[in-house]
Design a protein around this ligand. Structure first.
Ligand code: A3P
Length: 345
């Protein structure tokens, strides 16, 4: 009998304990998400100020949940009107560089409560067919947001496509442009690795990187190879500078974004005139992935897809040396133009 009573008591204590722990976890999770929602303060500079009264946090959290639904296309016209949601043209664009870390940059900026990302690459300015559909088509591709938030999209092909600077200029001559770069040879190998993986997926064979990067007739760097050309950052940037002053660009160090993302993100917040809201709390190193992942709150974390952070094939060291020597003068020019120096060889 006594034994039965003790077992019953233990059971009750267990249930009470679980309830207490559950409530505690719920509270911590809420604090985490509130912390993320809190920083909706005025955004100055070109983005203008909110021009609205503060929205109570609880209402905001509710609205965030709604926004998520809206992004999935579940919003009714009535809900959109009621919550004053709009599809805004981007105030900043990550124009490249392909394999520089463009996805990581976009996802990390999206941690900021005043930023809303366009999830897909829209390819409006680099694709003639899309561009012919007009600016309203582009705007309709943007996610719903509150008027005080800024929309950011990324399409890395913009950086290297001839027509794009003029087209973006025509849309908004004061737009902010983000370029994320990596050491040029590493970027070229990363570019090659992506294409190689695509070929392998289709059971196709492909050339070795060395064969593509070096012209077999001259034994010099093959400047016709796209992965090489894309890494000549200064050549592309010079085309953009015919339309936009250098102050409208911000260069992100893609190598540092991998190892130490927070300071890079803080520089971007500053450039975008956003109040500093992304913190170390939002970024944690995932040893299994070997990369930083994103923490929105205690319950919601995410790492980038497995296609980001591929293992590169080994490349002949003499080819690497040749490429580095080739890129060197272009890199110097790039440092000079941008005012940002990197420790590239
Ligand atoms: P690798 O696959 O060569 O490692 P993009 O998004 O422009 O295609 O860039 C992909 C690169 O982003 C990856 O190149 C990877 O190194 C880099 N990257 C930067 N931060 C990352 C992160 N937190 N998680 C995964 N990849 C990241």
């Amino acid at each position: 009998m006594l034994f039965k009573q003790q077992a019953l008591l233990r059971q009750k204590l267990f249930v009470l304990g679980s309830l207490a722990i559950g409530s505690l976890l719920y509270l911590v999770a809420r604090v985490g998400s509130l912390d993320r929602l809190q920083p909706l303060c005025p955004i100055d500079g070109r983005f203008g100020s909110r021009g609205q009264d503060e929205i109570p946090l609880r209402a905001l959290q509710f609205k965030r949940g709604l926004l998520h639904e809206f992004r999935k296309g579940n919003a009714t016209k009535e809900q959109i009107r009621l919550h004053n949601l709009v599809q805004q043209l981007p105030k900043a664009i990550i124009i490249g560089v392909r394999k520089g870390g463009t996805r990581a940059l976009l996802e990390m900026l999206n941690l900021h409560p005043a930023v809303v990302k366009a999830s897909q690459e829209i390819h409006f300015f680099d694709n003639d067919e899309n561009y012919a559909k007009g600016i309203e088509w582009y705007r309709k591709k943007m996610p719903f947001s509150y008027p005080h938030q800024i929309t950011i999209e990324k399409s890395p092909a913009y950086f290297i496509t001839e027509e794009v600077p003029e087209r973006i200029y025509k849309m908004n001559s004061s737009i902010k442009l983000l370029i994320i770069v990596r050491e040029p040879t590493t970027r070229a190998i990363s570019d090659y690795t992506q294409v190689l993986e695509g070929k392998e997926r289709k059971n196709k064979t492909y050339y070795k990187f060395e064969k593509l990067a070096i012209d077999p007739n001259t034994c010099e760097v093959n400047t016709k190879y796209k992965a090489v050309r894309t890494s000549i950052y200064t050549k592309h940037l010079e085309r953009w500078l015919k339309y936009f002053p250098i102050e409208q660009f911000h260069i992100v160090d893609g190598d540092r974004l991998i190892t130490e993302p927070l300071p890079e993100l803080q520089l971007v917040e500053k450039f975008l005139n956003l109040p500093p809201r992304i913190s170390q709390y939002n970024l944690y190193f995932n040893a299994t992935r070997g990369f930083y992942c994103l923490r929105f709150n205690i319950v919601f974390n995410k790492c980038l897809a497995g296609s980001k952070g591929r293992i590169h094939p080994e490349v002949d060291t003499s080819v690497i040396t040749k490429l580095r020597k080739f890129f060197h003068p272009f890199n110097q020019k790039f440092y000079q133009i941008t005012g940002r120096t990197f420790n590239w060889p």
